[in-house]
Each structure stands twice: as C-alpha cells, then as structure tokens.
Design a protein around this ligand. Sequence first.
Ligand SMILES: [Zn+2]
Length: 330
Amino acid sequence: MAGKKCVIGVDVGATWSRVASYDMSSLAVEIDREPTDVSSSKAVSDQIVRMVRSLATEGGFGASSIMGICIASAGPLSMKEGALMKPPNLPFDYVPLVDPVAKQLKAPTYLVRDSIAGVFGEKKFGAGKETSNLCYVTISTGLGGGAIVDDHLLFGKDGNAAEIGHYIVDSKGRLVCGCGRRGHWEAYCSGKNIPRYVDLRLRETEIASVKRSVLCEETKGKISFVSAEALFKAAKKGDELSNQFVGELGIFNAIGFGNVVNSYDPELVTVGGAVALKNPELILNPVQEHVGEYAINMIPEIRITPLKENVVVYGSIAFAVDQVSKGKTN
Ligand SMILES: [Zn+2]
C-alpha cells in the first residue's frame, strides 16, 4: 500500500530477540520473536535485519516505508558508537549494532539500553502514562533499570544511567558480578546468578536438611547448580529451605529497590523480566514488606508491568516514534 509508514522497535535480550512494527497511521503493533543468535557478534545484527525484513514484508511495508528503528539491548553500551561494550551477558567484547542495521535497512537507527527503553515503554504505553516520576526494574537473565524523573528520561553521558543492577546489596561481597566487582545486586538476584547464590548457601547448610528438602527432590539430587526455576518451584510447594533462600533473595531485592526509591524518588516502580513475571508474589511480597527498612523516601507503588515481556520492545517503538517526530535522522 502506497504511503504506509512504520517504525521498528527491537529488543535484543540474552535469550530472546523481539522485533515489532508500529503502523504510524493505524497504530497497530505486530511483534515477532526468535531465540537470540549469539554465534558471532555480527550474527546479532544480521538476525535483526532478517527479522525486520520479514516483519515489514508481512505487514505490507515497502522498502522506503521504515521511518526509524530503535534497538534496545542490555548494556553497557555507547549510544554514540551505536555498539555494545563488553556486555556481561553476551560472549563478545564489542558488538556494533547501529551501523550494520542502518546500512542494510536504509533507515535512521538508534541504540538505547533495554531497561531505559522499558521505562519509556511504561510511560508511553503502560502503567506510567499519568506519571512524571517513574522507574522500571527488570529481573531477568540480568538485572537492570531505567528512570524518568520530572518527565525526563535519564540517559547519562554514554547511555548507561540507572545501572541499578550494580548497586551493592551485600557489603560482604561474597559473590562476584559479571562486571567483575563484588556484592552487586545482579550477582545475587538475576536469573543467571540465583543458582550461584543457592550454591553458596547450600555449602553453608547442614547436609541432612538439604537431603530432606523438596529442592533436592526437584533437582533429582543434582543440587550443585540449582536453576532459578527449580528454586521457585520448590518454594511454591512449601519447601522450607527453598523459602528461606527466596526470603534472603527478597531482602537483597528490598535493598536494591530501597536504593532505587532513594535515588529517583519515583511515584511508581514497575517490574518486569522473566524471573519477576513468572514469580510475581515470591519476588514482590518480600520487597513490599521490607523496602521501608532501606528507603528514606516515601515508598511508591511497586507492581508488575502490565506490558509483561513486551515492555522493552514497546519502549523501542516509543523511542523511535519520538525521534521521528523530532525530525532526527540519526
Ligand atoms: Zn556488577
């Protein structure tokens, strides 16, 4: 159809990559997802290009109808270089994204950190439409956040503001984070690192109580590396040991959320990411119960994002629309 225009939002996750088209006239959104191809650093951008082409063709958008593309990814990254810089959750030191995508798809392309896109998605499409002070926290493979303060989306000098996953939550620094430092929130409570915390705690636990736990049953005795999924499953079955560990992780989360509340003074904090979306009560209840012990500011509403696993890709759409409406070409 002649004259049909769209923007493209992309979310490159550690596990899934999502691509969405947003029809500028009908406002219809179509979302496609695939497991992220991490076979090489080039494979990441090649996959984006292929997925965008296929989605645009399905939606009847011609080659010149893409007005802008926004790619959201876990950081650290450089918005200026349009590349990821030593991301802890991808096995490469440098992943260029903006140049290869812009060249092949011939459209203005932007890069933002995923959790910054998340808070923008919440503001434009989700629970934060009426809110001027808003944070988004993702508890997923990694752990991150984004903040809007006085209606202003925070980026920082390179695009890495609100790297809340690297707040210190354990002053003893027992676990080392993917970034190489000790005691960081992400090193304890992210999906990738919960198994390492459980492993640490199991070593400190009397073997008899480990053996009679549901956790031991759930993992068929292979208790040396318990997945986050197995831990939460055993906790839901009422296992005492698992609930103890989940409670301890809840305190680390409460410290982290307390720091978020103290840093940004938000009216609303929404929470996403697979770990939180699959276990909303086990993650949020201890936070709501204990955050007041760590925050000095008034405690805001803390809730699961209504946009669920698509909050970041909606944020990418919102960012691309914003850039197109400002007339920015790159
Ligand atoms: Zn860290």
